[in-house]
Write a protein that binds this ligand. Structure first.
Ligand code: MRU
Length: 339
């Protein structure tokens, strides 16, 4: 099998190849996916995860379906719908599936060409978000030479194709020798912060410390954080943002402490068809993820759990939304439709 290089997922030798994120940090393994049911299962169990990454995976999935069943028939349409509905909150998945399915009208080769374009655009977007976000952090924390960033979940190359969203900003700051440290929230229950973000930061040699989720608001309140950087799974037209559960409490704490709260996401995560956060479907995952870890129970038998995977941060708590194309200063009265 060809190497993925720096990429988290790619199209190689007529199949999708991806890093299996459920195995990290214990082992680095790639999986090869050559049919739609396997792709849908991989998205649902979070082998591939993060809004831009599942968008790219979904696009490749449509290309895969077009090659396996042809286009313009029920089998293809059913496959497209199954991929589209694998996870509900990140708009990138539905958007990219629809985009590649529209191209598939011109045949399987056109579908693959479009899916590869989606991949390439996300790679460029990550680079640009890193630059714009790092510039904004420097502007907002004027006077410091190196910044202390707090972040949640995993928003690095693993959540995208390369570099990522919020973590691309951290990486750019580090490359500019302007990163003092990153405080990484564990991100229960599946520990994307503890397992994946620390792994990525260590690989890039960027200073970081891990904190339990509940410590985030406190650490913001005591003045050791210059900016909170979060990714997004869907940004509604009014700026309300769905992101990993726990993000909302960080935004509340940031506003209380006067610390910038910055959302970093590609334009592909903005959903102008959704008016506000009230209209965003939040994924609820199996309670089993909360009451056990690594197959071992962590609670008494018969414990019930509720497991929302995401929460909603109202636009009023967000200082700025940084995309690959613009910086929208919500704190200065700008909006997604005005900039
Ligand atoms: O459930 P996950 O791991 O897919 O959740 C991912 C996040 O919430 C990320 O913060 C978001 O997708 C933005 S990442 C580039």
């Amino acid at each position: 099998m060809q190497s993925l290089g720096a990429r988290t997922l790619d199209w190689l030798e007529d199949a999708i190849v991806m890093v299996d994120q459920t195995r990290l940090p214990g082992s680095f393994e790639t999986i090869r996916i050559s049919n739609v049911p396997d792709l849908v299962a991989a998205i649902r169990r979070l082998s591939v995860r993060g809004a831009p990454a599942i968008g790219v995976a979904g696009g490749f999935g449509v290309a895969l379906a077009a090659r396996r069943c042809g286009t313009g028939n029920t089998a293809f349409d059913d496959a497209v719908q199954t991929i589209r509905m694998a996870r509900p909150t990140a708009v990138n998945l539905a958007k990219m599936v629809d985009r590649v399915a529209a191209a598939a009208v011109r045949g399987p080769d056109a579908a693959l060409e479009e899916a590869l374009a989606v991949r390439d655009e996300e790679i460029i977007a990550s680079e640009l978000m890193g630059i714009r976000g790092a510039d904004l952090v420097s502007e907002l924390s004027f006077g410091r030479s190196a910044y202390r960033i707090l972040t949640i979940c995993n928003t690095g190359g693993l959540a995208s194709v390369e570099r990522g969203t919020a973590l691309a900003v951290v990486q750019t700051l580090h490359e500019r020798a302007a990163l003092e440290e990153t405080l990484v929230l564990e991100t229960r229950p599946l520990l994307q912060g503890a397992r994946l973000t620390t792994w990525e930061l260590q690989r890039m040699g960027a200073p970081n410390r891990l904190v339990v989720d509940g410590a985030g608001p406190y650490l913001i309140s005591i003045g050791i954080v210059d900016a909170v950087l979060a990714g997004a799974d869907r940004i509604a037209a009014n700026g309300d943002t769905a992101n990993k559960i726990g993000t909302f409490s960080l935004a509340l704490a940031a506003q209380h402490a006067g610390v910038p709260f910055i959302v970093v996401a590609p334009e592909s995560t903005i959903d102008m068809a959704t008016a506000s956060g009230d209209d965003i479907e939040i994924e609820y995952r199996d309670g089993q993820e909360v009451i056990s870890f690594g197959g071992a129970m962590t609670t008494p038998n018969n414990t019930e759990a509720i497991n929302p995977a995401f929460d909603l941060t109202p636009s009023g708590l967000i200082t700025a939304i940084v995309t690959d194309q613009r910086v929208v200063r919500l704190d200065q009265g700008e909006s997604l439709s005005s900039v």
